[in-house]
Design a protein around this ligand. Structure first.
Ligand code: NAP
Length: 252
């Protein structure tokens, strides 16, 4: 039985698990979720939840559960997990593939300001307008609270943030993508948003906010992606990941 472990928490990870779970034959798939979201969308196949306990924990897990292939399909900004995956795969001698959706690219009419940290992005805000649509995730609010506390924020996240992290003037908008362009347009218009802050996650599910911002000529502050660990083969879609897995899952 070939055992594939998918490090998940993304649409692509769920889609890959669904495809593998529906395969005929001797294939076992386990998806691993960090356990950050209160009610995650569960993938098909086996699921485990929670951290492994760093590189040693993941290495031990790969060995104990006789994993034949590891797919790091975590979010492009889950850099610690990706680094751990690379080191544990080497230690346990398990083939590793990174599945990463392509980043968004600016198009004509976009007014993007990119940086490598939230502190750098937040430092740009005092020069910009005052009503901010913040879609950075609930764990990334403090730089904005500290650098631009007089701005007003519409904070969108799946689960509610810690109130202590929030800037003084804000409204919470609890929602989970995908988001439609008409809804994003309406959100920007009704809240009188004049700047969007996000990370360059890529993918279709959350891209419409960028189109809506472009239509309104709003500035967009984007966090650049962290580098992927060197030497790890990378694909950008589920079909390519299935092609990479095929030789590993054939009877030996
Ligand atoms: P991270 O900073 O790279 O990882 C921190 C720690 O969380 C890891 O060292 C690991 O703990 C644990 N962890 C992360 N992903 C895990 C997984 N799939 N299975 C088991 N343990 C995991 O990760 P993060 O940015 O907080 O993201 C956490 C999860 O949310 C990821 O699975 C990611 O795909 C998903 N997600 C992240 C974002 C984002 O913007 N960062 C957006 C959407 C979804 P141990 O060291 O104990 O193993």
């Amino acid at each position: 039985m070939t055992h594939v472990l998918i490090l998940g928490g993304t649409t692509e990870a769920r889609a890959l698990a669904g495809q593998l779970a529906s395969c005929d034959g001797e294939l076992k798939v386990t998806s691993s979720l960090a356990g950050r979201v209160a009610q995650p969308r569960l993938p098909a196949g086996g699921v485990r939840v929670g951290g492994f306990g760093g590189v040693p924990g993941l290495t031990a897990w790969l060995r104990e559960h006789r994993v034949d292939a590891l797919v790091d399909a975590t979010h492009p900004f889950a850099a610690t997990m990706s680094e751990h995956a690379a080191r544990a795969a080497t230690a346990a001698d398990v083939p590793l593939l990174a599945l990463r959706r392509p980043p968004w690219r600016p198009g004509p009419g976009d007014d993007w300001h990119e940086a490598d940290s939230f502190d750098q992005l937040a430092a740009l805000l005092p020069e910009l307008e005052r009503r901010v649509f913040l879609t950075t995730g609930r764990g990334e609010l403090r730089p904005f609270r500290d650098a631009a506390p007089r701005h007003w924020y519409l904070i969108r996240s799946v689960d509610a943030p810690d109130p202590a992290d929030c800037p003084p003037h804000h409204q919470l908008h609890l929602a989970r993508g995908p988001f439609a362009l008409d809804d994003e347009r309406a959100l920007l218009a009704t809240r009188h948003i004049d700047v969007l802050v996000t990370k360059n996650s890529g993918g279709a599910a959350t891209a419409p906010k960028l189109l809506a911002a472009r239509e309104l000529s709003l500035p967009v502050l984007l966090l650049r992606r962290p580098a992927t660990p060197p030497g790890v083969p990378e694909v950008t879609d589920v079909d390519a990941a299935l092609r990479w897995l095929r030789p590993l899952s054939e009877p030996r």
